[in-house]
Ligand binder design. Structure first.
Ligand SMILES: CC(C)(COP(=O)(O)OP(=O)(O)OC[C@H]1O[C@@H](n2cnc3c(N)ncnc32)[C@H](O)[C@@H]1OP(=O)(O)O)[C@@H](O)C(=O)NCCC(=O)NCCS
Length: 215
């Protein structure tokens, strides 16, 4: 795990139509957004997106260093504006951000904000032949535009390339937006983990299984 990934930069959008083989139609993704492998220097931007505490942020730093190796079991991805600029007020958008927590408008400008202008992030890990989706987050003002699905498809494709034949994750039953994204990508609820979260909330256990996509 010592070989560094080539730094392909913001053009590293991954395989065309990225997504695990057999998944539903890949999301075309929003115009103007590219996905690339995250680097250790992206830790502050990802931490901001995911609302991480200082200690979790230190763990993320370590994770990003691990994910930078070509043969890493960890995959860390970041979505950012292709040309350094993405305006949530774009007039062509009939997919307004949803959810009560989501502002009606938003504006990000990477030319001003630097790396903190990352608009989404995803983290996953391969354990033997299982892919685990550890985190997926999109800038609140830019949700509902396909960025989450774009990141998820790319994450699943990268985990599949590293040997995962099925993918799993935990999500809060009340997280309807996340459930919608995962279901759209082909995940199904297979179980429930009681009191999984520190606040006592249960987790739903979701799986994406290749053979079920093919029947
Ligand atoms: C979950 C999250 C990453 C989704 O990102 P997003 O960019 O808004 O999602 P997308 O726009 O790519 O939507 C993908 C699919 O989910 C659906 N969807 C997204 N948000 C939805 C919502 N609030 N209600 C209903 N459907 C929704 C979309 O319609 C789309 O379906 P389609 O592909 O059939 O058109 C984002 O809401 C987020 O960051 N939430 C906070 C962090 C979080 O909870 N992460 C999950 C941890 S398990």
């Amino acid at each position: 795990m010592t070989t560094e990934r080539p730094d392909t930069g913001p053009e590293d959008t991954g395989p065309e139509g990225a997504g695990p083989e057999g998944a539903g139609p890949p999301h075309p993704g929003p115009p103007g957004v590219v996905v690339r492998t995250a680097r250790p220097g992206d830790a502050p931007a990802i931490a901001r997106l995911e609302g991480l505490s200082a200690s979790t942020r230190r763990a993320l730093d370590r994770d990003l260093r691990r994910a930078a190796a070509v043969d890493a079991d960890l995959v860390a991805l970041i979505a950012e504006p292709a040309n350094g600029h993405l305006d949530a007020r774009a007039a062509d958008d009939d997919r307004a951000p949803r959810g009560a927590e989501t502002p009606a408008t938003g504006h990000l400008d990477a030319r001003v904000a630097g790396p903190a202008a990352a608009v989404g992030a995803a983290l996953g890990q391969v354990l033997v032949d299982e892919g685990h989706v550890l985190d997926l987050a999109v800038e609140p003002a830019l949700r509902g535009r396909g960025i989450g699905r774009l990141l998820l498809d790319r994450l699943l494709a990268e985990l599949t390339q590293r040997g995962a034949r099925a993918h799993t994750l935990e999500v809060r039953p009340g997280n309807l937006a996340a459930l919608a994204v995962y279901r759209a990508a082909g995940f199904a609820v297979e179980g429930r983990r009681p009191r999984y979260y520190p606040d006592g909330d249960d987790a739903l256990l979701l799986w994406w299984r290749e053979q079920e996509r093919r029947v």
